[in-house]
Design a protein around this ligand. Structure first.
Ligand SMILES: NC(=O)C1=CN([C@@H]2O[C@H](COP(=O)(O)OP(=O)(O)OC[C@H]3O[C@@H](n4cnc5c(N)ncnc54)[C@H](OP(=O)(O)O)[C@@H]3O)[C@@H](O)[C@H]2O)C=CC1
Ligand SMILES: O=C(O)[C@@H]1CCC=N1
Length: 277
């Protein structure tokens, strides 16, 4: 594959990150860990966190005026979709037709990005496990993106975990609903399992620990196992046992299947709405 050959250490020009919040910081951490020279990095962030500010000592350029950045080979957009309109006029000053623009903004289409700042655009959707290098990102490239730019985008995104490329941008709304927002559903599961444990009589701290470790351990088992999720679930379920009693509820009418379907439909719809705003 073309993509996997590009190393972050070989990138020429500057990589500009706009927005160093939760996702931007995760990307930044991944890039530095994978050998991107800090001197190649420019961070534009109005209120840099205590983790970001000291990086200036390692050579990262923090908040230079956009017109002073003449060597941007890539611009990574990690601001909120709602603030992009305000940020775009300054950012477009550093974009040339050869600049790779990678956006991770939910519901912001390639056409919207092209209109706002131009460049060669890759639209991507990562998720928060990126912060520990275990994210999954789905990416789609505009037709103007060449192989070299696509390889650079792949290297930048792969620094935080797996990357899947798709050709159909319309799938990005459902991708956002499944893997972009998905970690929140899993954390909610941990919250509700703990709460139910307290209702069943457990002390709150024990319930929280059991729920957290159960979700984390099960996620790790799913990650390491060759078995699919349904088989791993069946492996817990003894006929006529406790798990079967619980699954009768969770897999019954108005159970997880219906709830998850409705949740993913709602998130998909919201992503589509953002693309119209
Ligand atoms: N969180 C998630 O799970 C995921 C988020 N995304 C996408 O990532 C993007 C960022 O989300 P997230 O990291 O959660 O949000 P954050 O609010 O944590 O990060 C956005 C950052 O951008 C900064 N910012 C605001 N205005 C500007 C500007 N003009 N120039 C540069 N930076 C600016 C914000 O500063 P301040 O706070 O001071 O306004 C903030 O630090 C969003 O578009 C979201 O759709 C994609 C996948 C998953
Ligand atoms: O909630 C959101 O809009 C962003 C996109 C996916 C995860 N967080």
């Amino acid at each position: 594959m073309v993509e996997s050959r590009t190393s972050l250490a070989n990138i020429s020009g500057a990589v500009v990150l706009a927005g160093a919040g939760k996702m931007g910081s995760a990307l930044l951490t991944g890039w530095l860990a994978r050998g991107l020279d800090p001197k190649r990095l420019v961070v534009i962030e109005p209120y840099p966190s205590d983790d970001i500010r000291p990086l200036a000592d390692r050579g990262i350029r923090l908040n230079p005026a956009a017109e002073k950045i003449s060597d941007a080979s890539a611009l990574v957009l990690a601001v909120k979709p709602q603030t992009f309109g305000d940020a775009a006029p300054a950012l477009r000053l550093l974009v040339r037709s050869s600049t790779l623009v990678v956006s991770i903004m939910a519901g912001t289409t390639i056409a919207m990005l092209d209109m706002a700042c131009g460049g060669s655009i890759v639209r991507a959707m990562p998720n928060t496990p990126a912060a520990i290098g275990r994210g999954i990102t789905v990416a789609v490239a505009a037709t103007s993106v060449n192989d070299k730019q696509r390889a650079m985008a792949d290297a930048l995104l792969r620094a935080t975990g797996a990357v899947e490329w798709i050709d159909d941008e319309a799938l990005m709304d459902a991708v956002t609903a499944v893997s972009g927002s998905g970690p929140a559903y899993v954390f909610l599961l941990a919250e509700e399992l703990a709460r139910a444990g307290v209702s069943a009589g457990l002390p709150a701290d024990l319930a929280a620990k059991l729920a957290r470790e159960t979700v984390a351990g099960s996620g790790e088992l799913l990650h390491r196992s060759d078995l699919d999720a349904a088989t791993l679930r069946r492996n817990v379920t003894s006929p006529g046992g406790t798990t079967a009693a619980a699954l009768d509820i969770l897999m019954g009418e108005q159970g997880m299947k219906e709830l998850m379907t409705r949740a993913v439909v709602a998130a998909t719809k919201r992503s589509q709405e953002l693309a119209k705003s």
